[in-house]
Ligand binder design. Sequence first.
Ligand code: ADP
Ligand code: MG
Length: 292
Amino acid sequence: SVPAAILSALSASARGGVLFKGGAALESFAAVTQFAFDKTGTLTTGRPEVTAIVSPVMPEDEFLRLLAGLEAHSEHGIAAAVRREAERRALTPADMADVTAHPSEGITGRDAAGMVWAGNPRMVARMGGDISGAAFNAITAGAETVIWMGRDTSVLGAVTVADAVRGTSREALDALREAGTTRITMMTGDRRPVALRVGKELGLSAEDIEADLLPHDKVRLVDAMTRAGKVAFVGDGVNDAAALARADVGIAMGAAGSDVAVQAADVALLSEDMARLAAAHKLARRTARIIR
Ligand code: ADP
Ligand code: MG
């Protein structure tokens, strides 16, 4: 039977919006000494805004209509930002068929004129596109997330999106450090300049920031961390599911995150207040001391 102390900790955590899938998850969490956080949608709000459009070969609105046509089929936070911007401009998203998501890279589809794609530099490379042109210098040199869009091998342009760090992320990381956490890392599929900018806001040093990752890279990095102690991975996306499953404790952003992430996790964070996570860790550790 489950000790009363665990039951009471489970229910207290649940009232704070931290749902453990059982007493064993709470006990594992108590033993965690290292945290790996996804960036987008976890440490940041995941509700980015379009900040600029660079579209050298067509009018901005036409560009956005095409991109919104692709992103109409995606549940990524970036996709929602693109759709909102299209809506704000009263644009009807272009019709797209065969839309396929490529986690941590982007999205591909087909319109009447042929193949259309959007995503990060990895997606550009996969399509054989070239983003070295002068028209793109300013955005490639910047520290914002860039979504490139192209048709076949030609790059049509890009939008930049900016995503705010959650107001409670810094406080949560500081609390985890104060409580003796030995390592905190940030892992992201986004570009390194963006990751470094966000990491700096959170008090993370460059060696604790891993960028340009694919889902399996997150798994490999979590695996490597487990050699130094128990690891919790905190993430929100489909791209985090494998790392959530691999970590000693997987923690999914429950309210804003994807269902796949919640299913792969041991804990769901229903509150967007990251400080609740640090509080739950404290409570789990206190409870483990009582029952031992
Ligand atoms: P994180 O690991 O920080 O949560 P993701 O792995 O979800 O970030 O995304 C990494 C990058 O992949 C994004 O910054 C974006 O460039 C690209 N990407 C992923 N999904 C999409 C999409 N639906 N549309 C455009 N770009 C995307
Ligand atoms: Mg994410």
